[in-house]
Design a protein around this ligand. Structure first.
Ligand SMILES: [Zn+2]
Length: 126
């Protein structure tokens, strides 16, 4: 095998020569019985390339499960929050908690949350 050819290519095309040197180095290590070193290095490079993609996918999955979008029970302001976390509505200041896919008012100890219903005057007369 002519060992000068990779060096000549390195001088002519620095970008291609760099890769050829890497490949030649890997082949040389493989020929010396150090193929496991090359393979472990390639596995490491693959892990470094793949890990961010997997982490991004896991992060998106976690966000979809954790983030709750809904409306404030007091003023119908659109809210976004983390599931189970208490927050305050920026519009009306009501303490709200995201539970089971929607926002609920956080009631203080002993308070009874009631919902007012509009009743038309004619319905009472009938
Ligand atoms: Zn509100």
């Amino acid at each position: 095998m002519n060992q000068n050819s990779p060096n000549q290519l390195q001088f002519n095309f620095s970008g291609v020569g760099c890769w050829l040197t890497l490949i030649a180095g890997a082949w040389l290590l493989g020929a010396l019985g150090l193929g496991w070193l090359v393979k472990s290095f390639l596995v490491l490079v693959a892990l470094v390339l793949i890990a961010p993609i997997i982490l991004f996918g896991v992060f998106r999955w976690w966000l979809q499960r954790t983030i709750v979008e809904g409306q404030c029970p007091a003023c119908n302001f659109n809210l976004t929050g983390l599931k189970g976390a208490e927050s305050v509505c920026p519009s009306c200041g009501t303490a709200v908690k995201a539970e089971s896919g929607r926002f609920q008012r956080v009631a203080s100890e002993g308070a009874i949350d009631v919902e007012a219903v509009d009743v038309a005057a004619q319905q009472i007369e009938d």
